[in-house]
Write a protein that binds this ligand. Structure first.
Ligand SMILES: [Zn+2]
Length: 553
């Protein structure tokens, strides 16, 4: 069935984008045909061909219907029966920061402490005296040593430079003795509010492991080495890395004004290969409010997103605030980072100024607190369509799900954690994992969850997300939380149109429909006809954004 030109005209008129007159004269520039197109448009789910003009879909339908629209100049590409779907939308990750990290920091995603030491030592030899050696993507559960890094490991590897190694999850870090000294932190320093310096229980001495506000506090003392040009280069790098996996849009979940500028710079230089919805960290909001900026400013390439707030801890680092303690640590319930009254005050200002709100909340205690703040705001200052976001929204229960539904809030659960961080799930326990990354519960309740990697904390490959969400298996095949399995069709919907909804762009992208942005991905295999355990191995052959190929294998 052809979604007709009339539908298209109607759609565009609704968008108010182009006049009818100029449309009547529009010829497609490009036609993709002989495809196996999954559109994510329930009225027209399958198609063979699409026509594209000015970066948007002009027509979607059978080969016959679409090919006859070709004028003399239209390029035609035979897809040879390949599977096509809308590009994936990663609704929560940290592209600008990750790009900079990849440019300048030591990638500690290595499988032994000795390898990490070697990588840090090599970097130290190229670092001027007194300069910091910085690492990221260290994961305490991935090294074959079966123990976390220690301050002694770091002192032995790099004795003459301060070292800071961030955990993959971003909420904790490990430092050496020189880093503590440079930051004027010693055994007598008390824990900051919302954070913790780990201490050896027998001696009381610092172990160099910093959690939450203890980590961010020290991090702020590290002199920034980044220029404006670095920011653009970082976006260019991460853009390429993500485009080749089929991602066409990303929400930056904690942007700064520098990050926002870096996206714009990369766009101007032609290096931005994906669309950005840029949340702004609450610490920068005074600048934003003073400039009269609010959510939605920008265009389909770079747009201002929600105000981002932080309620509590991390899942991959096991600091999320839970109502029941961690398995094996009866007194550890995790960490609240921002007290509720403070969270409310931060949220109220932005809400009053017309901003969407996004709050990082993982544990059931944090989600409850975040919902209470949103419910209070909606009562005191009702907004028609606030689309409150609960970033991550990991551990739920029935009553939280009902409140999320009642508020129309949007959860952005981790898409690749079951697969990639499976070994950490033991600390939550099998029963609890049945209520984590709870896509089944959200969908059954009529809520619109998104796909979200949180990269660097989680890998961003959408094919890994599909395997994780559909099978709930980790890399070794262990099943975690089987009650939360969803179908391939649902996972694709979560990874496309739901992501668009979360940024108020469901009329612009997220499905292959006339009038929408021509963002799509061509896969080497049809996920509907693939063994779910093999979804992760489906190759991404081509990625298109705005009618242009940004990745071709
Ligand atoms: Zn995040």
């Amino acid at each position: 069935m052809l979604a007709s030109r009339r539908d298209f005209l109607h759609g565009l008129t609704a968008l108010g984008a182009i006049s009818l007159f100029s449309l009547e004269r529009t010829e497609p520039e490009l036609i993709l045909y002989n495809g196996n197109v999954w559109t994510v448009d329930p009225r027209n789910p399958r198609a063979q061909a699409v026509a594209i003009s000015s970066g948007r879909f002009l027509a979607v339908g059978s080969n016959d219907d679409v090919l006859h629209l070709a004028g003399g100049r239209a390029a035609k590409i035979d897809l040879g029966g390949k599977y096509v779907q809308p590009g994936f939308i990663d609704a929560h990750s940290h592209p600008a920061v990750a790009g900079l990290d990849h440019l300048r920091m030591v990638d500690c995603d290595l499988r032994s402490i000795a390898e990490i030491q070697k990588a840090l030592r090599e970097r130290a030899t190229k670092t001027p005296p007194g300069g910091w050696v910085l690492g990221f993507k260290y994961d305490d559960t991935k090294a074959s040593d079966n123990r976390p890094l220690t301050i002694q490991d770091l002192d032995a590897a790099v004795p003459d430079h301060p070292v800071f190694v961030e955990h993959r999850g971003g909420h904790t870090a490990w430092v050496n003795t020189l880093a503590l000294r440079a930051s004027k932190i010693d055994d007598a320093t008390p824990d900051p509010v919302g954070g913790k310096y780990d201490r050896d229980p027998s001696t009381g001495r610092l172990t160099g492991h910093l959690r939450e506000k203890a980590k961010t506090g020290l991090e702020e003392l590290i002199p920034s080495q980044y220029t404006r040009e670095d920011g653009r280069e970082g976006v260019k790098l991460i853009s390429k890395m993500m485009a080749r996996t089929g991602i066409t849009s990303v929400t930056d979940a904690f942007g700064t004004p520098d990050n926002l500028r870096a996206y714009q710079d990369a766009r101007e230089s032609g290096d931005l290969l994906l669309r950005i919805y840029c949340h702004i960290g609450y610490a920068f909001m005074d600048q934003m409010l003073a400039a009269g900026v609010k959510t939605g400013l920008g265009d389909e390439w770079v747009r201002v997103g929600a105000q981002k707030m932080l309620c509590e801890g991390s899942i991959s680092e096991r600091t999320a605030r839970l109502s029941q303690p961690y398995i094996g640590r009866p007194n550890d319930f995790g960490i609240i980072v921002t007290p509720e009254d403070q969270l409310y005050e931060i949220a109220r200002k932005a809400h009053a100024a017309g901003w969407q709100l996004g709050t990082h909340a993982n544990g059931d205690v944090g989600i409850d607190m975040t919902l209470r703040v949103y419910e209070r705001l909606q009562k005191e200052m009702p907004r028609r369509d606030p689309r409150y976001r609960i970033e991550h929204c990991t551990l739920i229960n029935d009553s939280l799900v009902q409140r999320i539904k009642a508020l129309g809030a949007i959860p952005t659960p981790f898409s690749t954690y079951v697969y990639y961080h499976g070994e950490k799930m033991r600390e939550y326990g099998a029963e609890r994992v049945d209520h984590m990354f709870a896509l089944r519960s959200f969908l059954d309740a009529g809520i619109r969850p998104t796909q979200a990697s949180d990269y660097p904390p989680g890998p961003f490959e959408p094919m890994m997300a599909l395997r994780s969400e559909v099978t709930r298996t980790d890399a070794k095949g262990n099943v975690w939380g089987p009650k939360q399995k969803i179908t391939v069709e649902e996972a694709i919907r979560v990874g496309t149109i739901n992501g668009a909804y979360a940024s108020y762009e469901e009329n612009l992208k997220g499905s292959i429909e006339p009038g929408k942005l021509a963002d799509l991905v061509v896969l080497g295999k049809d996920p509907f006809k693939t063994d779910p355990m093999d979804l992760i191995n489906i190759p991404v052959e081509r990625t298109m954004v705005g009618g242009k190929w940004v990745w071709e294998a």
